[in-house]
Design a protein around this ligand. Structure first.
Ligand code: SF4
Ligand code: SF4
Length: 318
């Protein structure tokens, strides 16, 4: 597979990466050995870009996948911490649990509005300090927000941007409200022109656009400024299709079978607005004891109507 350089970092990545969140406790919850075998399957076929996070608790899968191998993938991790101390600990935790001296890319996880960068300045300074010490090769931020992407394009210390974008604009935000895919595409382009490496998340809108597989991938891969797309992977055939797509040899009539997919509300992203509850035709969503939405699988019809109304992209299909 050809590789792209992430902005000015010199780091070379495959045009598709493996989002390791999918195998972990919040989604498929695979046994470590099984998830690691899937990861290794992707690495053996040439994928060199992996995304994880402190919050995902998926480091053991990556460590097990790499144990005793020659693979040196580019690993992205990130932390929700806002202060320097928490971020330093997060970097040390990643180095220890991944059994690597250097983490390739470390990010502020999920900046939620333009001002959030200033709020989490201490954490970002810790990232820059780690980079100066050679513990991290590149630093940046992940976000669902257009205003954050625009802000990042003007931050000279930023190396990379991990931004949400998909062909329906599901989950794209501007400040406290919704944004459009066109605005995010423009922000991503600006960030890339400013020298940042840019890779995309939620290309399938949290699994909700998988049925439109090629449309979803074509839209993001052709956007100016996108260096790679991070895809959630749970099975070997998904690895195969992803690679076939990246190598331009996929059967263009391919339509994934989504009949076994399930809806889940990511409790870390839900803000308890209730929009999904009002939209569900079968009363399969209700508030739990933390006033966040939860799915009743006995009632869920897997119609997917709830996902597009969620402003935070908290509803995923896996
Ligand atoms: S997929 Fe359909 S039935 Fe299931 S929770 Fe969402 S809206 Fe309700
Ligand atoms: S629409 Fe999204 S943020 Fe609102 S309650 Fe449902 S899952 Fe939570």
């Amino acid at each position: 597979m050809e590789k792209h350089t992430l902005g000015k970092t010199g780091i070379q990545v495959t045009p598709v990466g493996f989002g390791v969140l999918t195998v972990g406790r919040t989604q498929l919850n695979l046994p470590v050995r099984e998830g690691a075998a899937l990861l290794r399957y992707a690495l053996e076929r040439g994928v060199n870009f992996l995304d994880t996070a402190q919050y995902y608790r998926t480091y053991p899968y990556i460590r097990e996948a790499l144990r005793g191998t020659r693979f040196e993938p580019v690993i992205v991790s990130k932390s929700l911490h806002g202060d320097a101390c928490g971020m330093r600990d997060a970097i040390e935790e990643a180095r220890r649990e991944l059994d690597r001296d250097v983490i390739d890319v470390f990010l502020l996880h999920e900046l939620r509005h333009g001002g959030d960068f200033a709020n989490r300045r201490g954490a970002f300074e810790a990232l820059c300090e780690a980079k100066a010490k050679g513990l991290v090769r590149a630093v940046g931020a992940s976000t669902h927000h257009i205003d954050v992407a625009e802000r990042m394009a003007k931050a000279p210390e930023m190396d990379v941007l991990f931004a949400l974008i998909n062909y329906k604009g599901l989950g794209v935000r501007r400040g406290a409200g919704p944004g459009t895919k066109e605005e995010m595409a423009a922000a991503v382009k600006k960030a890339s022109e400013a020298g940042l490496g840019v890779f995309a998340m939620k290309v399938f809108g949290g699994g909700n656009l998988v049925g439109d597989y090629l449309t979803a991938l074509d839209y993001v891969s052709k956007l100016p400024g996108i260096d790679s797309m991070m895809l959630g992977i749970g099975r070997r055939d998904e690895v195969d299709r992803m690679i076939e797509y990246a190598e331009g040899r996929i059967d263009r009539s391919y339509r994934p079978d989504t009949s076994e997919k399930k809806i889940r509300v990511d409790q870390g992203d839900c803000e308890g607005c209730g929009a999904c509850i009002g939209r569900c035709p079968n009363r399969a969503l209700r508030f739990n004891s933390r006033a966040l939405a939860d799915v009743d699988y006995d009632l869920c019809l897997r119609c997917g109507y709830c996902a597009p109304v969620c402003p935070t992209r908290a509803i995923v299909m896996f």
